[in-house]
Write a new protein. Structure first.
Ligand code: LUZ
Ligand code: MOS
Length: 778
């Protein structure tokens, strides 16, 4: 079944926040944000802005009717800066005007005087100075300390990954409308309507039942709207609550890029120990997470880094420590993979380093250490592995030995162009690591004409979750999909929702839908049995017809629904689902946090132009563990999108903040994202269909986040290409491998020579300065 939104998408009829018809009297907001990354506010001059044409009001922290606090996990984030600013882009004031243009024009007239304070942008520096968001966390299995002696090979190194801009096509925004009795209705581009409701409740002081949050769909979220949609909703709702008028704010691209957080950059140290059979027997890793100025979701992201720090490998002795470091950058936040990719990059770097030093291909080490069923993850959960199956299928899919030989032959024949190949296995745990969030609800109404409406806590953000929810309803009732409508996500219909995140949205909300539909179905069957005077157990609904003992009864879906209604039996149900069997002890760092794991293996081939430093991804061939996919078209879309987004993170996308904490890559002219030309020339996706039972909806495993991590393979394929051009080059494990960085890595001797020349010129310059007065005397 194709995505139910494809029709309105292609016709441009799909409604996003900025497409909602505005109510008469709507005002427009625009934010004045800090131009300085850290400092004390000495003076804020709003006079000119307040007198600017069309301006109705300028709000600051002084106008907050509730509390000036929007921190989700830790209350450490002000909505409006009060005495201090902590990052460039921190909201200081909000202009409300008759038009969007007038609001933005007035923002430019606000003057602020800030006494500068020291700025930290580097997580290691923050850790050194004790600037931590939460105390360090450690996950541990076995005994590393006593194992190093038994290792035949030990390698140490450092690995760095940069941030990533979410670049959802629809920017952040909100639209708040006042209702009677103090109610505020909020349209928000959020992955988490309940998070918005809570944040608005705190800031306005209004109880949650006075706040209705409604979301039809998002033009992408990728984690960027899991927590950070709250700010804009809180700003608009506060203005609406004070002014009793509708207030809308749809951020411009540059406002969005400047004011919102991104994927967390990490800097990490590793030590890896192998025995003579190339089994990894010890691994020690320390992560420095660049959290930005406040916690946001950083502690949860940090935890998932620890969960995934051994990727798809069984390592019996591991000690992993993670620091969440406070810096003067916008608070970094959830991004597809949620810290997992950052952890996985480091173990892959450690393996690549070992392979370099031992003079072998990394896949030999990778393959020997793959997780097997019955192994234990470092957090105590028993492994049910598809790692070997995916690996073996991927190896034969692309005939790895032949492919490697082809690469070697090509490299032998070509001086300017070099190819590289890498294997990237993945393993990703499905469930919110915070156990209580693994719950969902669905509200199903069957109308008397046989049509059905379903509401859940799931947010449609392009990932196709509404199509999957619709499939669940149609399948349980065995009715035509056209009879089913998926409603918008609304806090008055579905309360206390978890964010649409952690790849778990279709599982959790799909299962809640299954619960609700199954309950209605059993009522319908009872009515049919009564009417047809047979046992309930022989009733079956198939293709909108009622069957008894496999024989058409003459009763159809519409008649059954009407009969049920006539008997005064409810055609509605509110279903509730919680993932069974999961638990986690945060103090011990042990438990069974995940419903299941998703596996896969990707093989990436690249070609590098060694004169220019530019490159192409020739192919990515992968085998992915779908369980039993309930919608192949949608799932393939998620794999392709995730893969390309991962390749972007690893190769092109470079978030650059200067020493003053100002974002230099603040537009699409300076921040390069993958376009159609960066897409691998060939993508082959093979399904690992398994018959095993699992906790996924219809056994169709979660597919949102895992494929992003296939993109890590591109980094290592490029690195291998560089090394076949110049074996003396040992490219740092420092992503992204941009063309510029790649070029420098091709010619490390020349770079060194240039550095030496530059250095000696520096020395001469200082000597000249020093000697010139004396020279004058002579
Ligand atoms: N969000 C969250 C997530 O709050 N908890 C998680 O475990 C998670 N994992 C992936 C993506 N978002
Ligand atoms: Mo997410 S990173 O699943 O919002």
């Amino acid at each position: 079944m194709k995505n139910i939104d494809s029709y309105t998408h292609t016709r441009g009829e799909s409604v996003y926040l900025d497409d909602i018809p505005v109510v008469a009297g709507t005002l427009y907001a625009a934010c004045f944000d800090s131009p300085v990354a850290h400092g004390k506010i000495i003076n804020l001059d709003l006079h000119a802005a307040e007198n600017s044409p069309g301006v109705v009001r300028v709000l600051t922290h002084k106008d907050i009717t509730g509390i000036n606090q929007i921190g989700g996990i830790i209350p450490d984030e002000e909505l409006f800066a009060e005495y201090h600013v902590h990052f460039c882009g921190m909201p200081v004031a909000l202009v409300i005007a008759e038009t969007e243009y007038q609001a933005r024009a007035a923002v430019k007239k606000i003057k602020i005087e800030i006494e500068p304070l020291p700025i930290i942008t580097d997580p290691r520096e923050a850790a050194e100075k004790g600037e931590l968001i939460v105390p360090p966390r450690t996950f541990k299995i076995g005994e590393c300390d006593t194992t190093w002696d038994q290792c035949d090979h030990i390698f140490v190194g450092r690995a760095d990954t940069n941030g990533q801009e979410h670049l959802y096509i629809e920017t952040q925004g909100a639209y708040a409308i006042p209702g009677e009795q103090g109610v505020v209705k909020i349209y928000s581009s959020t992955q988490s309507p309940t998070a918005v409701q809570r944040a608005v409740s705190k800031v306005t002081g209004l109880a949650m039942h006075l706040l209705e949050v409604d979301v039809t769909r998002l033009g992408g979220g990728f984690g960027g709207k899991e927590d950070q949609a709250n700010t804009w909703a809180a700003l608009c709702a506060l203005a609406t609550h004070i002014l009793k008028r509708p207030v809308k704010y749809s951020l411009s691209r540059m406002e969005d890029i400047r004011m919102t957080g991104k994927r967390h950059p990490y800097s990490s140290d590793f030590k890896i120990g192998l025995n003579k059979d190339l089994k990894i027997i010890a691994y020690e890793v320390t992560f420095y997470q660049n959290a930005g100025a406040s916690a946001d979701l950083s502690p949860a992201v940090l935890e998932r880094t620890l969960f995934h720090c051994t990727n798809t490998y069984f390592i019996p002795n591991v000690i992993a420590t993670a620091y969440s470091c406070r810096t003067n950058l916008p608070p970094n936040t959830a991004f597809r993979g949620f810290g997992g990719p950052q952890g996985m990059f480091v173990i892959e770097s450690a393996i690549a380093k070992a392979a370099d030093e031992l003079g072998i291909d990394a896949d030999i080490i990778q393959q020997r250490n793959l997780l097997q069923t019955g192994d234990e993850f470092l957090y105590g959960q028993k492994v049910v592995s598809e790692a070997g199956e995916c690996w073996n299928k991927a190896i034969s899919l692309c005939n790895l030995e032949a492919a490697k030989k082809e690469v070697a032959d090509f490299n032998l024949k070509n001086d300017q162009y070099k190819k590289g190949i890498s294997v990237m296995p993945i393993c990703f745990g499905i469930s919110f690591t915070n156990t209580l969030m693994n719950q969902a609800r669905a509200l199903v109404h069957v109308y008397t004409d046989g049509s059905v409406v379903v509401s859940t806590g799931a947010i449609e953000m392009g990932q196709g979750v509404n199509t999957k929810i619709l499939q669940v309803v149609a399948q349980v009732f065995s009715i035509d999909p056209s009879r089913v409508k998926v409603n918008s996500t609304n806090t008055y219909r579905i309360a206390n929702t978890s964010p649409s995140a952690a790849s778990a949205t279709a599982d959790l909300n799909g299962k809640a839908t299954l619960v609700a539909c199954s309950e209605i179905l059993s009522r319908l069957k009872k009515v049919a049995a009564d009417e047809l005077k047979v046992e309930e157990s022989v009733i079956e609904l198939k293709d909108e017809l009622v069957f008894t003992n496999g024989i058409k009864s003459g009763m159809n879906w519409e008649q059954l629904v009407l009969t049920t209604f006539a008997k005064r039996i409810s055609l509605s149900e509110h279903g509730h689902y919680t993932t069974p069997g999961i638990h986690f002890d945060k103090v011990a760092g042990k438990g069974h946090p995940f419903a299941y794991h998703v596996y896969g293996t990707a093989i990436t081939t690249v070609t590098v132009d060694c004169l220019r430093g530019i490159y192409e991804v020739d192919s990515v061939k992968l085998v992915h563990d779908f369980g039993s996919s309930m919608n192949r078209v949608i799932d393939i879309g998620q794999i392709e999108g995730g893969l390309v987004q991962g390749i972007g993170w690893m190769t092109l996308e470079e978030v650059v903040y200067d020493q003053e904490g100002r974002l230099r890559s603040n537009a699409l002219s300076t921040y390069k994202v993958p376009d159609i030309y960066s897409v691998p020339k060939e993508i082959v996706i093979e399904f690992l269909d398994t018959q095993k039972d699992n906790l996924a909806i219809f056994r169709s495993k979660a597919v949102g986040e895992p494929p992003l991590m296939y993109g890590i393979g591109a980094f290592f394929a490029l690195r291998n290409a560089i090394r076949s051009f110049n074996l003396l080059s040992k490219p740092a494990f420092d992503a992204p491998m941009t063309p510029e960085k790649l070029l420098l890595n091709l010619y490390p001797e020349k770079v060194d020579a240039i550095k030496r020349v530059a250095k000696s010129e520096e020395i001469r310059e200082t000597e000249m300065e020093y000697t010139s007065p004396a020279a004058k005397v002579i």
